[in-house]
Design a protein around this ligand. Sequence first.
Ligand code: GLA
Length: 400
Amino acid sequence: MKCKRINILIIFLICIYFNAKTQVIGSNGKLLASTPPMGWMTWNFFGENINEQMIKEMADAMFANGMVKAGYHYIMIDDGWQGGRDNKNNIIPDAKKFPSGIKALADYLHTKGMKLGIYSDAAPLTCAGYTASLHFEEQDAKTFAAWGIDYLKYDYCNAPSDSVTAKARYKAMNDALRKSGRDIVFSICEWGERYPAKWANKIGGQLWRTTEDIRDSWKSLIHIINKNAVLNKYAAPGHWNDPDMLIVGLNGNKGPAGDLGGTGCTLAEYKTNMSLWCLMASPLIATNDVRNMTSDIKEILLNEELIAVNQDAMGIQAERKITTDSVDVFVKPLVGQNYAIAILNKSNKAIKYKLHFSSINIEEKMKIKDLWIHKNIGEAKELETTIEAHETKVFKLAKN
Ligand code: GLA
């Protein structure tokens, strides 16, 4: 009998061990990335054609156009910044692209209340063939910390495909970051291939890509939504599913997201991108040219009521409660026993849709606000709405 109890206890402890998440607490005593990171990343518009002048212009534009105020604090430098290693094996930037060095850029952003992210890879070379960090994890993490880096996207090109190696390589970089003396958010980018939702948080990552690279097209958008939607139970404060950057405003321009059929999206489709990234508690990382945005695109990226849903302190990723051939309904519980609901019209024509709240397990009368037109539309146990082809409507349901 005693032996049986001990066995049960051992199994219980093993279960706790394997389900334990690593909560990384920053030097201010707060959880690192307690809400989904928000910012702008160089990749999908500029690819490797980056430089310090352009990045400063982006920061200035984000400051002037209200993005920083709305929460887009990070600028992430993606692949293409590296200039090899010096004679002490320290990683260095390309001197033509970053003549003042990365520290000067980080200082510039920090004075604006912004943060700087950088990119490397768990192999000798990155995806675009630049110097990467394998076997230099501690040295590179110290360099990044000394430069004032706040976020590292760590890619997995040119690395072995098995999960044991992937986990070990990501853990090596995580441990190096934690020893670097600076709070650096760790973004794991192995494209969801080894099911990182199950292990990335345990080795210390704050977010992990769940899919291959997003393209600027409806086909890619809907494919990525489908992959990310089923991972809701893995998201929590400090641990986020990352379905890749927002494509809002890329408008079919050339660049990595325009490759392989990325011909651009309609405004309704870009609204779907923003709506569902907010509902799915995804990182909000724009990648369009934020120096030149139309008012329509600005309105999408700066929808503060939707951003508040994304940044809700409970950090719950919406559950897809209803899915039919033409409609998906996502439900995200919010602080104060409120909810955000998103209704996605996947079909190619406008539809009228009636949602009885009881079908998503909400039995009470709720106050309803449309978060795209910013209007209260009454108090009820159901709502009816018209949704354009590929559009997503978002409503906040409040108890009082
Ligand atoms: C991979 C990543 C992209 C981008 C490029 C850079 O494809 O998934 O997001 O970082 O590498 O080369």
